[in-house]
Design a protein around this ligand. Structure first.
Ligand SMILES: Cc1ncc(C[n+]2csc(CCOP(=O)(O)OP(=O)(O)O)c2C)c(N)n1
Length: 662
C-alpha cells in the first residue's frame, strides 16, 4: 500500500505535527499566544496513517483534542492550525473555541465532525454518521455513499465513558460501517489505563463482543501500525461491520502544557522516549531525505506563523453571532377551523407523516417508536407506512439516540428522535448541550437541525417523579435550542411543521395530559399551516390583569377565570424564543401580571418573564409581579398529593383575585 513516495508524505506530515507542537511548547505557550496547548507527540504516526486511508469524500471522522496530525492529513493547513491556536481570524471556530477543538467540512476526503470538549462525546455522533451512510445508500439510493465509513478516535480514558459504550452498542447491534480508533497511551491525564478497563487492554476485553472485529497493534512501529490500520479500514469499508483497533502509543509530553508528568517515573519516561514513533520512522526509513523535509517543514511553519501573527483578532461585536440559524419568515395564514377535531397526538402524527412524505431526508426513531408506534402512540403505524429504515426502534440509550441524531444531522439528514419522557432526557444531557452550541462553536461550518419530541408533564390519570417532569426551564437555559410547548392540536401542527422545515435544533414538548384530552382537540388547521416560533396566542383579551401561561396550565387558568372580567390570557406556545413584545404590550395595558407554570418555582421560566417585565415595563405596574408554579418538589404519585403541588384552578383564582384587589 505505502510505497516510498507515500512514506515521504507520512514523514512530512509527522514532522509538521511534531514541529508545530514544539513551536507551541517552546514559544507560543510560554509567550501566552497559545492559551491551551495539547501536544500530539507520540500519536502522530498512527493518525497520519489513518488519515491517508480516509480518502472517501463521504467518510466521517470524530476526533478529539489530540487529533491535529489527522487534521493536517485530511487537508487542514498549517496556517489554519496556527490561527486556531492563536484564536485569530481563519481559526476553525472563528476564535470561539480552543485550537484543538476541530471541525473540517470535507475537502475531498473525510469530514471531521465538530469536536466537543467532553471525553467520550465523540463516539455517538460518529455512530450517527455511520447510520447516515447506510440511509443514503439504502433509502435514498445515493451511490456516492457506497464504501464510506465512520471513524471515532479516542484515548484509553475515553473507553470508560458513557459515549463509548453507547456507540459500541449502537454500531454492533446495527452492524454499521464504523471504526473505533483507540489511541492507547496508557494514561488519561495521570490515571492509568487499568482503571479505565480491567487489565488496561480494551481490545482484549472486547474480543468476544458480538459483531466487532478487534485488532491490537503497536502504533509506534511504522510497518506494524500501517498494516493494522490498513486492515481495519479495509474490513469496515468492505462492509463486514464494525471494527475496534487499539494502537499502543506513547504520550511524550504532559496531558497539556502545564502538566509536568510527575506521576511517571524517570524510567517510564525513558522507555516512552525510546518508543517515539518519529524515531522509529527514521530508523525504518533512513533513506528518506529527512534533512530536506525538516527544512521544508520549518519554512512552511515559519511563513504561516508570520501570516497568522498579522491576522486580526475576531471582531468582538460578533462574539454572540450565529448561535441560531436566521429564522425565515413564516407566511401568515390562519388555521382552518372546520372539520373533525383531532387530538394533539393525532395532530403530531399526521404532521410527521405529511412532512415525511415530502422530505425523504426525515427519519424518526427512539425507544419503541417502530413496531409499537411509541409508548404514547405518536408514531403508530408509521413504520408500516414508511418502512423500518425510516421509522425505527433504538437501543435503550438516550446518549445514543441524541448522539446519533447529531451525526445524522451533520451528514445532512433531518432526524426526529423521540425521548420517551422528559426525565429520560437526562442521560442525553451532554449531547443536547453540545448540539446546541455546535453551530456557534464551528463558526457556522456545521449545524444540526433536528426536532426532538419529548412528552412532558403530568398525565391525565397519573403522575410520578419519573414520568411527569415538565422541566422546560432547564432546556431554556440550554444554549442553542428552540423550544415549542403547544397547548392544543392546531398549535402543535403549526409549530411542528415549522420546526421540521427549519434550520435549528428544536425541543418539541408534548404535554401528556393534553395528548388525548378533549380540550386540546382542534380541527386540522390545514396542510400548509405554519406557526412561527416566538408568537404568543392571546386567548382572551382584558384590561385588568395579564396571565401568562403555556401547556396544560392554559386550561386551569381558563377554569380559574370563568366568571371574572378583564383578564387577558396569553399562551406563550414557544419558550425559546418567547414573545417578549406581546407580553410587555399586554402588561403595559393591564399593569398587572401573573405567570402560571407547571415547572418548579426557583429559576422557573416565570422568573425570566417577570424579570423582563420588571426591567422593561416597571413604570406601568400597579401590583407586584406574581408567579404560581409547582413548589421546588418532585411531582408525587398519590392523586391528593399531586393536586397539592400542581397549580390548581382554585389557587390560580385566589392569586388573580388578590392581584385584582391590589
Ligand atoms: C467528560 C469529561 N470528563 C473529564 C474531562 C477532563 N479530561 C480531559 S482529557 C482527560 C483524559 C482523557 O484521556 P484519554 O482518553 O486517555 O486521552 P489522552 O489525553 O490520553 O489522549 C480528562 C480526564 C473531560 N474533558 N471530559
Amino acid at each position: 500500500m505505502f510505497n516510498d513516495l507515500s512514506w515521504t508524505q507520512v514523514a512530512r506530515l509527522v514532522l509538521t505535527s511534531r514541529r508545530l507542537d514544539e513551536l507551541e511548547e517552546q514559544e507560543l505557550a510560554p509567550s501566552g499566544e497559545v492559551a491551551y496547548q495539547f501536544s500530539a507527540k507520540g500519536h502522530e504516526l498512527a493518525q497520519v496513517l489513518l488519515g491517508l486511508h480516509l480518502t472517501h469524500p463521504r467518510d466521517g471522522v470524530s476526533v478529539y483534542y489530540r487529533s491535529r496530525p489527522l487534521l493536517l492529513t485530511l487537508g487542514w493547513s498549517v496556517q489554519e492550525a496556527l490561527a486556531s491556536g492563536l484564536a485569530r481570524e481563519g481559526s476553525a471556530s472563528g476564535g470561539r473555541d480552543a485550537g484543538v477543538m476541530f471541525n473540517l467540512p470535507s475537502r475531498g476526503r473525510a469530514t471531521v465532525l465538530p469536536t466537543a470538549g467532553g471525553v467520550g462525546t465523540q463516539y455517538t455522533p460518529a455512530a450517527g454518521w455511520a447510520q447516515a451512510i447506510r440511509y443514503y445508500r439504502e433509502v435514498l439510493e445515493q451511490e456516492e455513499w457506497q464504501g464510506a465509513i465512520a471513524v471515532a478516535c479516542g484515548g484509553d480514558g475515553s473507553v470508560a465513558s458513557n459515549g463509548f459504550w453507547a456507540a459500541l452498542n449502537l454500531v454492533t447491534t446495527r452492524n454499521l460501517p464504523f471504526l473505533f480508533f483507540i489511541e492507547d497511551n496508557g494514561f488519561a491525564i495521570s490515571v492509568r489505563s487499568p482503571l479505565q478497563t480491567p487489565g488496561g487492554n480494551i481490545a482484549a476485553n472486547l474480543r468476544s463482543y458480538g459483531n466487532l472485529y478487534v485488532l491490537d497493534a503497536d502504533g509506534c512501529e511504522p510497518l506494524e501500525a500501517a498494516q493494522a490500520i490498513r486492515e481495519a479500514v479495509a474490513y469496515v469499508r468492505q462492509g463486514h461491520g464494525p471494527c475496534l483497533l487499539r494502537l499502543r502509543l506513547v504520550r511524550l509530553m504532559g496531558h497539556t502544557f502545564v502538566d509536568d508528568q510527575a506521576y511517571k517515573s524517570a524510567a517510564e519516561r525513558e522507555e516512552e522516549a525510546k518508543r517515539d514513533p518519529l524515531l522509529r520512522l527514521r530508523e525504518t526509513f533512513p533513506d528518506l531525505n529527512w534533512q530536506n523535509l525538516e527544512k521544508e517543514v520549518e519554512a512552511e511553519i515559519r511563513t504561516a506563523l508570520e501570516k497568522v501573527r498579522l491576522a486580526p483578532d475576531p471582531d468582538p461585536n460578533t462574539a454572540c453571532h450565529g448561535v441560531f440559524a436566521p429564522m425565515e419568515p413564516v407566511p401568515e395564514r390562519l388555521p382552518e377551523t372546520q372539520g373533525p377535531r383531532l387530538s394533539l397526538i393525532e395532530a403530531v402524527r399526521r404532521t410527521l407523516e405529511q412532512e415525511m412524505e415530502q422530505n425523504p431526508r426525515l427519519l424518526v426513531f427512539g425507544e419503541d417508536v417502530g413496531v409499537k408506534g411509541g409508548v404514547h402512540g405518536a408514531t403508530a403505524r408509521m413504520q408500516k407506512r414508511f418502512g423500518e429504515k425510516r421509522v425505527f426502534d433504538t437501543s435503550l440509550s438516550e446518549e445514543g439516540i441524541m448522539g446519533s441524531a447529531v451525526g445524522l444531522a451533520l451528514a445532512g439528514l433531518f432526524p426526529v428522535p423521540e425521548i420517551q419522557f422528559r426525565k429520560y432526557a437526562d442521560p442525553a444531557t451532554e449531547q443536547i448541550n453540545d448540539a446546541g452550541t455546535l453551530r456557534w462553536r464551528t463558526a457556522g461550518h456545521f449545524s444540526v437541525p433536528m426536532v426532538v419530541r419529548i412528552p412532558v408533564g403530568f398525565g391525565k390519570k397519573n403522575a410520578d417523579p419519573w414520568h411527569s417532569v415538565s422541566g422546560e426551564a432547564v432546556f431554556a437555559h440550554t444554549i442553542g435550542w428552540m423550544i415549542a410547548y403547544p397547548s392544543n392540536a392546531a398549535d402543535a401542527v403549526g409549530l411542528l411543521r415549522a420546526a421540521l422545515r427549519g434550520k435549528n435544533p428544536v425541543l418539541f414538548l408534548e404535554h401528556r395530559a393534553l395528548l388525548d384530552s378533549p380540550e386540546a382537540r382542534r380541527p386540522w388547521p390545514g396542510d400548509e399551516y405554519l406557526l412561527p416560533f416566538g408568537q404568543a396566542a392571546c386567548l382572551q383579551e382584558g384590561n385588568s390583569l395579564t396571565v401568562v401561561t403555556w401547556g396544560a396550565m392554559v386550561y386551569r387558568v381558563f377554569e380559574a377565570v370563568q366568571d371574572l372580567h378583564g383578564i387577558e390570557i396569553l399562551d406563550l406556545r414557544t419558550i425559546i424564543p418567547w414573545d417578549r413584545e406581546r407580553v410587555l404590550d399586554s402588561v403595559r395595558k393591564t399593569g398587572k401580571c401573573l405567570v402560571v407554570h407547571e415547572d418548579t418555582f426557583t429559576v422557573g421560566f416565570g422568573a425570566e418573564i417577570l424579570a423582563t417585565i420588571a426591567s422593561e415595563a416597571f413604570e406601568f405596574l400597579d401590583a407586584p409581579l406574581r408567579r404560581l408554579s409547582m413548589p421546588d418538589c418532585p411531582i408525587p404519585y398519590n392523586a391528593g398529593l399531586r393536586e397539592a403541588v400542581l397549580p390548581s384552578p382554585q389557587r390560580i383564582r385566589l392569586a388573580i383575585e388578590e392581584l385584582l384587589r391590589y
